[in-house]
Design a protein around this ligand. Structure first.
Ligand SMILES: Nc1ncnc2c1ncn2[C@@H]1O[C@H](COP(=O)(O)OP(=O)(O)OP(=O)(O)O)[C@@H](O)[C@H]1O
Ligand SMILES: [Mg+2]
Length: 362
């Protein structure tokens, strides 16, 4: 598409929306950069759709401001916000062809027939459906329908595209394929994308940054890697990735477990309540000899070994801390020196992998 249109930044300030006693949006502030792919990630009922609908103009916040670029949108009706939208159910018109579906936003905007045709062909090309224009929607697979919905959302070159769980109806394989395609598509388009999912893996795969939503609030906004490695609350650490957690005592900026200081290079966030050590199974290292002085020692006895295809999950019984999971690659290197059930296993947690979070974020 033409490069004349530029993506817009979005600035949300102190958005609130209550449904009776439920705070669907509780003082949400968020800056989204022009051209960014930002994902709202959170459990069911956390307020993701409400936030997206507020952006789209279908939900009127009780309080707060929404800027697209430097324009305040709060009172602007949905059809005047210039957004591309894709929802979980594709909402395609079943009685129209693929091309007619895609051209629809152009038709209602009064573009000439020839412009409609040109842009529709280009959009079909972008989602790799060239040659499918004359097909009926009913003659398409789920993934193809999803791509038609995408083509329709971007055909009029919106500066902002909103997507609410657009891939959730697809099977796992197709969903993973579409995640990569969508990400590539975003790189081709000059649009700011706000994407909603409750699938943490999908969020990690696609996003420039992820905003973790919980009870109508944003817990943390970070790049996928930093969110995974440096969660700032137990909610975020627990929601993203696999982990076991153990309560620790924090004093003088040091965490203590069983009376011993934990070696950690990561900052310990402030919060309410106590703190927890979060151990991700793939971050523990199986050590054959002595545990190095620089690492934290979580050695124990092998309780069970579970083969899971791409990796092996080893459940370790620690004498005072209970069960801790370790994941090792299922190749020879990973299996090398793995003790059998009941035998002692040396486990090191290195300071750069030692995550300590408050029970409740600040
Ligand atoms: N129109 C409405 N009337 C009353 N309550 C609503 C309405 N819309 C949303 N809610 C409530 O607001 C909260 C947030 O809902 P929302 O749909 O934004 O969640 P979500 O994060 O999108 O969840 P899901 O992952 O299940 O789609 C929920 O408690 C929900 O029941
Ligand atoms: Mg929702």
């Amino acid at each position: 598409m033409s490069t004349s249109v530029q993506s817009l930044p979005i600035v949300l300030s102190r958005l609130c929306k209550a449904y009776g006693s439920v705070k669907a949006l509780d003082n949400v502030s968020l800056n989204i950069a022009a051209g960014e792919f930002l994902t709202l990630l959170g459990p069911s009922g956390s307020g993701k759709t409400t936030l997206l609908m507020a952006l789209a103009g279908f939900v009127r916040p009780d309080y707060g401001s929404i800027l697209f670029g430097d324009r305040e949108m709060i009172t602007t009706p949905p059809n005047k916000r210039g957004l591309g939208m894709v929802f979980q159910s594709y909402a395609l018109f079943p009685f129209m062809t693929v091309a007619e579906n895609i051209a629809y936003p152009l038709k209602i905007r009064g573009l000439s027939k020839s412009d409609q045709k040109m842009r529709t062909e280009h959009a079909l090309d972008t989602v790799e459906l060239d040659g499918y224009g004359d097909r009926r929607i009913s003659q398409l697979s789920g993934g193809q329908r999803q791509r038609v919905a995408l083509a329709r959302a971007m055909v009029f070159e919106p500066q902002i595209i909103l997507m609410d769980e657009p891939l959730s109806a697809l099977d796992k394989k197709l969903r993973e394929h579409m995640q990569i395609e969508l990400k590539a598509l975003h790189q081709k388009l000059d649009a700011t994308v706000v994407y909603v999912t409750h699938d943490q893996r999908e969020a990690l795969t696609m996003s420039d940054r992820i905003a973790v939503v919980n009870h109508g609030r944003i817990e943390q906004v970070e790049t996928p890697e930093r969110l995974y490695r440096q969660p700032n609350s137990f909610f975020v650490a627990d929601f993203i990735g696999e982990s076991v957690s153990l309560p620790v005592e924090v004093s003088n900026k040091k965490a203590h477990l069983n009376g011993r200081v934990l070696k950690s290079d990561l900052p310990i966030s402030e919060g309410h309540g106590g703190h927890r050590l979060v151990i991700r199974p793939e971050l523990l290292e199986v050590i054959l000899g002595e545990i190095p002085e620089t690492a934290n020692d979580f050695s124990g006895h092998v309780y069970d070994i579970i083969y899971q295809g791409d990796s092996i999950l080893v459940i370790v019984q620690h004498e005072s801390l209970g069960q801790i999971n370790v994941r090792v690659p299922a190749n020879r290197a990973g299996q090398k020196g793995l003790p059998s059930q009941g035998e002692r296993i040396g486990l090191a947690l290195h300071p750069e992998d030692t995550i300590i979070v408050p029970e409740h974020g600040s």
